[in-house]
Design a protein around this ligand. Structure first.
Ligand SMILES: NC(=O)c1ccc[n+]([C@@H]2O[C@H](COP(=O)([O-])OP(=O)(O)OC[C@H]3O[C@@H](n4cnc5c(N)ncnc54)[C@H](OP(=O)(O)O)[C@@H]3O)[C@@H](O)[C@H]2O)c1
Length: 274
């Protein structure tokens, strides 16, 4: 069995679990029969089996017994129960655990399974992973080695971009890319409302605002110029754009964004310490 052909189990087949299943299948990293999903909800099991042809089961026991890599894709508040359910099965074989639960530290998982030493990789993905355009940060726990990290990175690379960081950076990642899509959606909504304010229909404003955000990002990616350079390019002396930018600066737009990321980072730290 080559490394990429290790049996991959998902404990939790919700939104994120499904995104990862879709990604690893689309990328050809795994075949359906090499995956298995433990999911308590019967309609979710049915949907995953129908949509992706993956084996499903109600309890996680068979996954702890039979998988080389396990993705823990449950809500943070049920993580303790899930690890307790692992019982003596966890750590019986060498098994990599990948947790995506927000705010759950690698130490929490390691301690729940002690004295067995289990490699853990913690990941903070974001919702665009649902359309294979996510941003994920990964960090290794105490027993995870280079190979474990590489394997986990391959899975998240199938649903977007990845970075590897120390665990101390995970709250900042949550504040920036974890919560980030909500900031962008709010900006998009604001642009649409602004279009309506200056007399455009909501439909037209929505088309223009969405394409403006998507197109601007594409320009950043393809031109390889910095956002500051691209902004200067469209800001002619005494023109319309500098008038708009002046209003943004007067409203402390940048400071507000920094405050938002800082507040979310702080909240992530608070939740994690509970
Ligand atoms: N969605 C995001 O943007 C995002 C971003 C970063 C991190 N995360 C993290 O990803 C994790 C999953 O989030 P999600 O959005 O995918 O949540 P979700 O849609 O609620 O999925 C969690 C799934 O786990 C199932 N489950 C509950 N207890 C279980 C058990 N003992 N064994 C197996 N499965 C069990 C749930 O079933 P029931 O509904 O029947 O309880 C549910 O289908 C969370 O920890 C979250 O912090 C999510």
């Amino acid at each position: 069995m080559t490394e990429k052909r290790k049996k991959l189990g998902f404990i939790g087949g919700g939104q994120m679990g499904e995104a990862l299943i879709k990604g690893v299948l689309a990328a050809g990293l795994y075949r359906s029969a090499e995956l298995v999903v433990a999911e308590p909800s019967e309609p979710r099991r049915q949907l995953l089996a129908d949509r992706y042809d993956v084996p499903v089961c109600q309890q996680s026991g068979p996954l702890w017994a039979g998988c080389d890599v396990l993705v823990l894709a449950v809500k943070p508040q049920v993580m303790g129960t899930v690890l307790a359910q692992a019982g003596p099965l966890a750590g019986e074989r060498r098994q990599l655990l990948i947790s995506i639960a927000a705010g759950v530290s690698t130490a929490f998982i390691e301690e729940a399974l002690a004295p067995r030493s289990v490699p853990v990789v913690r990941v903070m993905p974001n919702t665009p992973a649902l359309v294979l355009a996510g941003a994920s940060a990964l960090c290794p726990g105490r027993a995870a080695g280079e190979e474990d990290l590489k394997l986990a990175e391959g899975i998240f690379a199938a649903v977007g971009k990845t970075v590897i960081l120390p665990e101390t950076a995970m709250d900042a990642v949550t504040g920036l890319s974890g919560s980030g899509p909500a900031y962008v959606f709010t900006f998009l909504e604001s642009l649409i409302d602004a279009g309506v304010k200056v007399g455009l229909s909501r439909e037209v404003a929505a088309v223009l605002a969405r394409q403006t955000i998507a197109g601007s990002l594409q320009l950043v990616e393809e031109s390889r110029q910095s956002p500051a350079e691209l902004r200067a390019m469209v800001t002619s002396p005494g023109g319309t754009t500098i008038a708009g930018l002046h209003a943004l600066e007067r409203g402390a737009f940048r400071a507000l964004i920094m405050d938002a990321v800082e507040a979310a980072t702080r909240r992530s730290r608070e939740l994690g310490s509970n």
